[in-house]
Design a protein around this ligand. Structure first.
Ligand code: SF4
Ligand code: SF4
Length: 226
């Protein structure tokens, strides 16, 4: 299991069940410095099943300075920047990497990958989070390296797109093996009922299709709405 030094953002909620994927949260920007501190205190091998997890907004706010110190102090470790192109947790405020001011005016957008390279990180990867196979492979390779690796996991916040939903997904209960794989990404639309049936709440599904890619049994089907 990979452990996560977490930070402050919507992903912090992943600390609680059913996800239970965030192991530490101290304050804004602390994910990277916590990982760095663990490496210095316990050694490179200790953090080989750890990653630092920080959102794009928090990274721009106060994560970059921790990354600079990681490079400066000759650290190693994997940093995942969860880039959903907004400050989601506090209500969709823009930030220095979104290309818009808080008033919605167009402005210069900092390129996060180039920023990481500019402070001295040699291994920076940008991965679409919907490509779960590539993301998993990238994380496994990164934690095995004795280097600083930054993985920018990209996909806009689902709530940014205000256009009408044109498709959704449904679970075929006859084909479902109740393996639970579709629940792993933590989509709030997917729940397990008391009798163990897995269901998709059609008032919450935005049709992203991620759950369908997780199901090896073809039990999740797309339904066109318009
Ligand atoms: S991944 Fe497929 S088979 Fe497994 S619980 Fe979900 S719908 Fe059912
Ligand atoms: S299609 Fe996307 S939003 Fe809908 S249930 Fe699956 S993962 Fe959730």
């Amino acid at each position: 299991r990979i452990h996560a030094a977490g930070d402050i953002g919507c992903y912090t909620l992943g600390a609680v069940a059913p996800l239970s994927v965030i192991d530490t949260t101290v304050c804004m920007g602390s994910s990277i410095s916590s990982l760095h501190g663990m490496e210095k205190a316990k050694g490179k091998d200790y953090i080989k099943n750890w990653v630092a997890v920080i959102g794009d907004s928090t990274f721009m706010h106060t994560g970059i300075n921790s990354l600079m110190n990681m490079v400066y102090n000759k650290g190693t470790g994997t940093v995942m920047i969860l880039d959903n192109s907004i400050t989601a947790m506090t209500g969709h405020q823009d930030h220095a990497a979104t290309g818009k001011t808080l008033k919605g005016e167009e402005t210069y957008a900092v390129n996060i990958a180039k920023l990481c390279e500019a402070v001295g990180v040699k291994h920076v990867y940008e991965v679409n989070v919907f490509d779960t196979a590539l993301l998993e492979k990238t994380v496994k390779e990164a934690v095995a390296m004795e280097e600083i690796v930054v993985i920018i996991a990209k996909a806009p916040c689902a709530l940014l797109d205000k256009s009408p939903i044109t498709k959704q997904y449904r679970i075929d209960s006859a084909a479902c093996k109740r393996c639970g794989m579709c629940m792993k990404p933590g989509c709030p639309a997917i729940t397990k009922t008391e009798d163990g049936t897995i269901v998709i709440n059609d008032t919450m599904c935005n049709g992203c299709g991620l759950c369908e890619t997780m199901c090896r049994f073809g039990a999740i089907n797309m339904v066109k709405l318009r």
